[in-house]
Design a protein around this ligand. Structure first.
Ligand code: FAD
Length: 507
């Protein structure tokens, strides 16, 4: 029976190392589709910046596929309705895609598509593209699965396809036609070619000081890989990044460079480690992982504090600079993301879900599994991670000692003397006037008093962590989701490292 393949592009907007494309090249005819879904556009974590990035990548992908004879349709609508319409023009028998570990709406959509395929006798084949393992029964041995997948040879890119004929390819829609506001951000360039170039420059020279660059919001801009949006949209495959990194490590005789790139390679594994948590427990997007923390912050959400945090107007310069920088560029380094969330969770005592949705819309690299795991980790609701409360002033001293980052993003503090830049409320009134920055008029007074806010947060969290039921639940969470890096069985390792009893870190 002839096979008519349809490649369904989702978060895999690339040509290289693409198993569905390779499978489509074997079919009697082939076409490809990308669907702009109303559920995505309407989802509280989606933003026009995400769509703009995808469309820029799709324009390039469409040209590259056309050169190989494969038509790529870009359709707007609910996926099953799009498939129905498409089948009238192109009666495909095989649907080929990569697995996706996404937000709740995409999980529901995949189940609906699976039912639709069964109903229409379409064979849907899904291929793994990360280290995430479907229907994983135990975390023991997960790292081995990851290694095997990442070391497998890259899938060869087909030279050509027997493309379905007669499919009209209208121009790609743009944000205005889709009724979306322009995002106004200065985004990284999208597409497979910029992604490859970013990987190459990182491995060749940008990443050589990786470990000393990544905590500073200034240095990480260049010294971090900046690959996260490309990985999130699949413009690069994780396997390709892993293999190129391994080759770069092997090819360098500089010990410091090898150590730096090994640090980076470890984070690629984290990427999948966190995604695996969501794959294994989709509810972590919505509910506290440690149910013992239910009720801790729920019902106390202070909208005014939340609004000030979103606006970058908390009165804490390092927090405000990070938020404004993120809103303008769609990117922020790890340490400063953690500080923003810690500030929301501990200083402002905000539940993680709404801040998480806001950040998801800002992060161009929004990846549900990493994002929600990190939101919960930095808010103290996983039950298994050390509580980290970041002091914005200390972060400024450590990672922006010259004050350049704060001055760039909070220009109202431009003339504040450096020793007081991170805590401008400490300026005497005469200093405020001299700096042209009167606190409460030109720049907000601190939203909360740090010492009191953190003392209260600590009291509440410690009381909870001391409860034997919390500790018992934490053991179960560690067994289900925890890293097995030490090689010890999870519960034993947990008791040995005493993760729940570690003191809070105030960094
Ligand atoms: C609250 C919070 C939310 C986050 N949300 C996301 C998200 O939605 N998408 C996302 O890709 N990253 C997220 N991160 C992780 C991290 O901040 C970003 O991956 C990183 O800042 C991206 O910049 P980079 O590519 O230059 O990172 P690099 O330091 O160069 O790291 C290389 C790659 O490793 C992975 N990685 C790095 N750090 C982590 C980490 N801590 N956990 C998991 N994977 C990691 C990413 O894929 C990253 O691209 C979040 C972190 C926090 C604290």
């Amino acid at each position: 029976m002839p096979r008519h393949a349809l490649v369904w592009f989702k978060r895999d907007l690339r040509l290289r190392d693409h198993a569905p494309l390779a499978a489509a090249a074997q079919a009697d005819t082939a076409a490809a589709v990308y669907v702009i879904e109303p559920d995505w556009l309407a989802s509280p974590e989606g933003s026009s910046a995400h769509l703009a990035f995808a469309l820029e990548g799709l324009a390039q992908l469409r040209r590259a596929l056309a050169a190989r004879g494969l038509p790529l349709l870009v359709e707007v609508g609910e996926v099953r309705a799009v498939f129905e319409r498409l089948r009238a023009r192109y009666p495909f028998t095989d649907l080929l895609s990569h697995e996706e570990t996404g937000s709740g709406w995409s999980y529901r959509r995949d189940r609906a598509v699976a039912a639709w395929c069964r109903q229409h006798s379409v064979v849907w084949q899904e291929f793994a593209q990360t280290g995430v393992v479907r229907r994983l029964r135990t975390r023991d041995g997960w790292a081995r699965h990851w290694q095997v997948r990442m070391d497998a040879p890259l899938v060869p890119t087909p030279d050509g396809f027997r493309g379905a004929e007669g499919l009209a390819l209208p121009d790609l829609p743009d944000l205005v036609r889709l009724g979306l506001d322009p995002h106004g951000k200065q985004l990284q360039a999208a597409g497979e070619a910029p992604a490859q170039a970013t990987l190459a420059s990182f491995l060749a020279y940008r990443g050589h000081g990786y470990l000393t660059s990544i905590s500073s919001p200034l240095r990480a801009e260049r010294g971090g890989s900046r690959l996260s949006p490309y990985l999130a949209f699949g413009m690069l495959s994780m396997r390709q990044v892993h293999q190129a990194t391994v080759a770069a490590i092997a090819g360098s005789d500089d010990v410091a460079v090898r150590r730096a790139l090994r640090g980076f390679a470890g984070r690629l594994r984290w990427h999948c480690h966190f995604m695996q948590k969501l794959e294994s427990q989709p509810s972590l997007e919505f509910r506290n992982l440690a149910r013992a923390t239910d009720g801790l912050r729920e019902g106390e959400f202070d909208r005014e504090r939340f609004g000030a945090w979103c606006a970058g107007a908390t009165g804490y310069p390092m927090v405000d600079a990070c938020m404004r920088s993120l809103r303008a560029t769609g990117w922020l380094n790890f340490r400063m993301r953690a500080m923003l969330v810690s500030f929301a969770a501990y200083h402002l005592w905000l539940h993680w879900r709404e801040p998480g949705l806001f950040l998801a819309r800002q992060f161009l690299d929004y990846e549900a599994g990493i994002h929600w795991s990190q939101m919960q980790m930095q808010s103290g609701t996983t039950g298994i991670n050390t509580l980290r409360m970041y002091s914005p002033a200390k972060q400024a001293r450590d990672h922006d000692p010259g004050g350049h980052f704060i001055r760039r993003w909070v220009p109202e503090l431009g003339r504040v003397p450096l020793p007081l830049l991170a805590e401008p409320w400490r300026m005497e009134p005469s200093q405020q006037r001299a700096a042209g920055c009167v606190i409460g008029r030109d720049y907000p007074a601190p939203l909360v008093e740090e010492r009191a806010a953190l003392a209260q947060a600590r009291d509440r969290l410690y009381a909870l962590r001391r409860d034997p039921r919390t500790r018992a639940e934490a053991d179960a969470i560690q067994t289900r989701h925890g890293s097995r890096r030490s090689g010890l069985p999870s519960a034993r390792r947990r008791r040995r490292t005493g993760a729940t009893s570690q003191p809070d870190l105030f960094e």
